[in-house]
Design a protein around this ligand. Structure first.
Ligand SMILES: *Cc1c(COP(=O)(O)O)cnc(C)c1O
Length: 393
């Protein structure tokens, strides 16, 4: 397949494999294993499988391989490994490369399960983890030391949408000899320029924008061929976090429309952010596409768009936030993001419920904060729905 194709062409065609039947849509190879024509062929494949030679679905599968090839082409990495969920991707990327005695520096503002991996799991096995405020380059600088093995960050944090200067972190990390691992869900594969900015390993929860229709769990680790096939694959294939062929097929079809969906959702998010930015019932509207966002310039320089998620902080607190949520007619209350449906979340009582109050405060998770994942509906309807919700507080 050619590397000269534009992103949208890759999203439709890259990685497609056709069987002898010449099917138009990608086939779902819903098979656990593969038949070898001869005993000699089986021996040869176990010794060194060639491209498109498969052994067992935990190691690889044609539908999964098509998804891996398509997302790697989009992200601009040499290779990718698909996983059963976003968390299988985050934990697989980190645990496959780390061992007892290694040191990792991580941004503190992380998705709850990512924080658990870094704070609870890695440390249990003797990895030392230093947490920093990801937007403060001085903290990265003083935490990094020669021999630091990896840095970990979410390029845009959840739910308060802090944008980390990836290029600056990558250059500090590389000076120390550390690999840069980014969880890039909020930036999305459409707006990401992570490779160009120095990321070595890019992880996505495909459950979010890549599916985009709230159907299936999936994840992917993108990186160099050496890292993916030499470090990630041996770990993943023996620990069992493989993506199912059926879910890979859902993700492949998600990729086909990813660019159109994410751009339309981001345009809706921008319009909603602008519509409510001076609403007196809100203490703040957080969206990296607003010039008032503290890292607006960083976001502008490092992404091709500002994402599909925004946050509204309702001045009157939790009860008012609940009245707002309960009044919504179009936006649903749930905790996914990147979906075609607009989704509202109250982080303080759901996704971040278990954080102690001082940590919630430190991360800006106030009692009135609402995270809004903006979907594909007509933006005038969304604005009217949100306005009606605010009128009920
Ligand atoms: C959702 C999410 C994950 C986990 O993905 P799953 O597919 O739910 O396992 C990890 N990181 C971020 C930033 C996410 O939003």
């Amino acid at each position: 397949m050619t590397q000269d194709w534009g992103k949208r062409t890759k999203l439709v065609h890259q990685g497609a494999r056709r069987s002898q039947y010449g099917e138009v849509a990608e086939a779902i190879y819903l098979t656990q294993g593969f038949v070898y024509p001869t005993a000699e062929a089986a021996e040869a494949r176990f010794l060194a499988a060639q491209a498109d030679e498969f052994i067992y679905a935990r190691y690889g599968n044609p539908t999964v391989a098509a998804f891996e090839e398509r997302i790697a082409a989009l992200e601009g990495t040499e290779d990718a490994f698909a996983t059963a969920s976003g968390m299988a991707a985050v934990s697989g990327a980190l645990t496959s490369m780390l061992r007892a005695g290694d040191h990792v520096v991580s941004s503190r503002a992380l998705f709850g399960s990512c924080l658990y991996i870094l704070e609870e799991v890695l440390t249990r096995y003797g990895v030392e983890v230093t947490f920093v405020d990801g937007t403060d380059m001085e903290q990265w600088k003083s935490a990094l030391r020669p021999g630091t093995k990896a840095v970990f960050l979410e390029t845009m944090s959840n739910p308060t949408l802090e944008v980390i200067d990836l290029g600056a972190v990558a250059s500090l990390a590389h000076d120390a000899g550390a690999l840069v691992v980014v969880d890039n869900v909020f930036a999305t594969p459409v707006f990401s320029r992570a490779v160009e900015l120095g990321a070595d390993v890019i992880v996505y929860s495909a459950t979010k924008h890549i599916d985009g229709q709230g159907r299936a769990l999936g994840g992917v680790i993108c990186g160099t061929r050496d890292f993916i096939r030499g470090t990630v694959e041996p770990y993943m294939k023996h620990t069992g976090g493989a993506l199912s062929p059926f879910n890979a097929w859902i993700m492949l079809n998600g990729l086909t429309t990813l660019d159109l969906r994410v751009r339309a959702q981001a345009a809706n998010a921008q319009a909603i952010a602008e519509a409510f930015t001076s609403d007196p019932r809100l203490t703040r509207v957080i969206y990296p596409g607003l010039p008032s966002h503290p890292q607006h310039m960083v976001a502008r320089a490092q992404m091709d768009g500002f994402g599909t998620v925004l946050a509204l902080d309702i001045k009157a607190g939790k009860e008012a936030a609940f009245r707002f949520l309960n009044a919504l007619q179009i936006v649903v209350i749930s905790n996914n993001l990147g979906d075609a449906r607009s989704i509202a979340t109250h982080p303080a009582t759901t996704t971040h419920q278990r954080l102690p109050d001082d940590q919630k405060a430190a991360l800006g998770i106030t009692p009135g904060l609402i995270r809004l994942s903006v979907g594909l509906e007509d933006v005038t309807d969304l604005i009217a729905d949100i306005r009606a919700g605010l009128d009920m507080i």
